[in-house]
Design a protein around this ligand. Structure first.
Ligand code: ADP
Ligand code: ZN
Ligand code: ZN
Length: 680
């Protein structure tokens, strides 16, 4: 019997590596439970009275932990190849950069079944994968003839050697997907064992791309990684990637931490999308990590978008990213839609719809074409109120309102999920006449149904697609042409290739114009360009309507809208970048946000005040603690402290020191740090 000490990282906020004892048969050849463990392997260990999975990050002969306190590891997952040194370096980088313990970064993304399954069951699952092999036939099928701009882009990406980031800036419908697929074909032809990671910002976009990939590469083993897989599926797909069998891995942001030992190309579609940022726990940017991963592996990466993030645009302008442009729509005779502003001051809306929009909808109905109405607010009305005493339906637990959900007869808070029946009368004065104020997608649906009783209307939002698979079903219905008018939130705005859509109506985008958030205009612009880009993606049919986008607004003179009307991303982005430079904002400045939560706001602020003073560092600006805009959620008050520096390395140095100091503060305040925050 031989014995060693396993140094193990665990998924816990404690910034430490834990020692466990492990006994094994010396001299036995590799593979079995008897072999000496290796760094990068997974082990089951007892921790806080539970059995948890840990990652072996080191081996030692002796431990400083007293022998009577040292626990034995329960099992080592010998049947799995160790996670590679590169993968460990990726997790290590993410942990350092986002100031979290390694275990919190490395472990949560691993399939639960690696822990739960018995050795026998795990062996069986792995055997099942031995059988599923990539066919080694990577010949693509039915590849369309690319236009010259597409071909140039595909050849650049497909032929790139070493670290080569590229920004594929192509207008909506310019055929970015075809460019990715061609580039993939080139890489697979050159590297038959190679792997490719393709990421999309949201789960609803995976089926469309998955379908494309399968149709083009029937012989290529594809694995998908996203949050709606069952645990069994997740483990098989993860293993297929980890064992190098899957050649193409398609996933959402969580796929960035998957193990891909033969990774040769990374594709980030819709790279501007805020969904690439994880908004809780480890708040990482999957896009930024992807760029780091490509750099580490010295492989090409392509970031695609019709509306690149200012960060990426800045890099492309400065030459750090190669700019690849697609200026026209790929389908011959499909042109960008004409964008028109409808002045809501002159054309007063009824039920939220101006007469211009109603007329345009009517025309589409007559011609059997599809329309999309975009309203980024779900529910029936954002609030109900009593007109006699002024009572409004605010949430008792949050700084927000209870949203009226009429089909469900409920009031719901979208922040803390508090729910109640719609009151029969005003809780304050007893008045029975409570009125909905404002408009959400449900109310628009109701109004439209009254206006066009014969129309087939479909609403797609988080409420209508709660059931697993229902979103896909809804999108399929649209693709089959069984819908006349589609109403939706941002869920419908992204990436979908709706072929029969010739009209997009944008109902009320104005509120975002006056947001406090300096990123609001970048986001609104991207959102409008993206949703507008759903119209006119197929060639105009004879006698059919030209594609059109109507934006209802009270601010027809606003420069943001002019830029949308002119499809003018370049100028808009360049002007925004100039403003950011003048104002000293990202991407010219680097930020981190310390958040604190407590039952009382004062407690949270007090903690931030202490935090503020605990480390001094030249070149770092530490702002005053302030309550967050949405101060109270679920009876918890929240405050924040913004830290800034023009130098990223300097900010990183400071954060490291600061985190050590903060971890040693004894406090009951719950706090967390976010590096490169998007919402401040
Ligand atoms: P994007 O992602 O840039 O918005 P897509 O990749 O969805 O655009 O392409 C838009 C449409 O154009 C799709 O229906 C696609 O099949 C079609 N398409 C793309 N490239 C070509 C091409 N070279 N020839 C013909 N059709 C193309
Ligand atoms: Zn009242
Ligand atoms: Zn609430």
């Amino acid at each position: 019997m031989a014995q060693c000490i396993l140094k193990i990282a665990l998924d816990t906020p404690l910034n430490a590596v834990f020692d466990y004892r492990w006994q094994y048969q010396d001299g036995e050849d590799s593979g079995g439970q008897g072999a000496r463990p290796q760094v990068g392997q997974l082990a089951l260990v007892p921790f806080a009275r539970r059995e948890v999975m840990g990652l072996i990050v080191g081996l030692a002969e002796h431990s400083d932990v007293p022998a009577e306190k040292l626990k034995d590891a329960l099992a080592v997952r010998h049947q799995l190849a160790p996670l590679s040194a590169q993968w460990l370096a990726l997790a290590g980088f993410a942990a350092d950069y986002y100031q979290r313990p390694l275990g919190e970064v490395a472990l949560p993304g691993l399939p639960k079944n690696l822990r739960v399954l018995t050795t026998v069951a795990l062996d069986r699952a792995i055997k099942k994968l031995g059988k599923l092999e990539d066919s080694h036939d990577h010949t693509p099928l039915n590849m369309p003839q690319l236009n010259p701009e597409q071909q140039t882009a595909a050849d650049f990406i497909g032929g790139a050697q070493g670290y080569q980031p590229a920004l594929l800036y192509g207008v909506t419908g310019s055929g970015k997907t075809e460019v990715y697929l061609q580039a993939c074909a080139q890489v697979l032809a050159r590297e038959p064992q190679g792997q490719i990671l393709i990421m999309v910002p949201e789960i609803n976009l995976t089926p469309q791309l998955e379908g494309n990939i399968r149709a083009r590469f029937p012989g290529v083993m594809l694995a998908t990684l996203h949050s709606s897989l069952s645990e069994g599926e997740r483990m098989l797909h993860w293993l297929a990637a980890h064992q190098g069998q899957a050649r193409i891995v398609l996933g959402t942001r969580l796929a960035i931490l998957s193990s891909l030992p033969k990774l040769k190309l990374i594709v980030i579609d819709e790279e501007h999308d805020p969904s690439y940022k994880q908004q809780e726990g480890l708040r990482y940017s999957a896009r930024d990590l992807a760029v780091w991963r490509a750099w580490q592996l010295k492989i090409p990466i392509v970031l695609g978008s019709a509306t690149p993030s200012l960060e990426s645009w800045h890099h492309a302008q400065g030459g750090r990213y190669k700019l690849l442009e697609l200026r026209e729509r790929a389908v011959k005779a499909a042109v960008l839609p004409a964008v028109k502003l409808v002045d809501m001051e002159r054309d007063k809306p009824r039920d939220g719809l101006t007469s211009a929009l109603v007329a345009a909808l009517k025309l589409r109905m007559e011609r059997g074409e599809q329309s999309l109405l975009f309203l980024n607010r779900r529910g029936y009305a954002p609030v109900i109120c009593c007109e006699s005493c002024g009572w409004i339906s605010d949430c008792t637990r949050c700084t927000s309102f209870m949203v009226l959900h009429k089909p469900e007869h409920r009031l719901r808070c979208h922040h803390c999920s508090l729910e109640m029946r719609i009151p029969h009368h005003c809780p304050t004065c007893g008045n029975v006449d409570l009125q909905p104020v404002g408009r959400g997608t449900q109310r628009v649906e109701e109004g439209l149904q009254a206006l066009f009783p014969e129309a087939r209307i479909l609403r797609i939002d988080a409420d209508s697609t709660r059931k697993k698979g229902s979103a896909q079903e809804a999108f399929d219905t649209v693709h089959r042409g069984e819908v006349d008018i589609l109403i939706g939130t941002q869920m419908v705005a992204k990436g979908h290739d709706f072929k029969k859509l010739t009209l997009v109506g944008i109902m009320n985008p104005d509120t975002a114009l006056f947001s406090q958030d300096y990123r609001a205009s970048e986001r609104l612009f991207a959102q409008l360009m993206q949703v507008a880009g759903r119209a006119g993606r197929a060639a105009q049919t004879e006698g059919g309507s030209a594609a059109e986008v109507l934006i209802q607004t009270r601010y027809t003179q606003h420069p943001l809208y002019s830029a949308v009307v002119n499809h003018d991303y370049d100028h808009f982005a360049t002007a925004l970048l100039e403003e950011r430079k003048q104002a000293g904002l990202p991407p010219y400045l680097f930020q981190a946000l310390l958040r604190a939560e407590a039952a009382e706001l004062a407690t949270a602020i007090e903690f931030l005040d202490i935090a503020r003073g605990c480390v001094l560092h030249p070149g770092i600006t530490i702002n005053d603690p302030i309550p967050m805009t949405m101060t109270r959620i679920h009876n918890v008050d929240r405050a924040q402290l913004l830290v800034e520096s023009p130098s990223r390395p300097n900010l990183q140095l400071f954060l490291k020191e600061w985190m050590d100091a903060l971890r040693s503060l004894k406090t009951r305040v719950k706090w967390s740090l976010e590096v490169d925050p998007l919402d401040i």
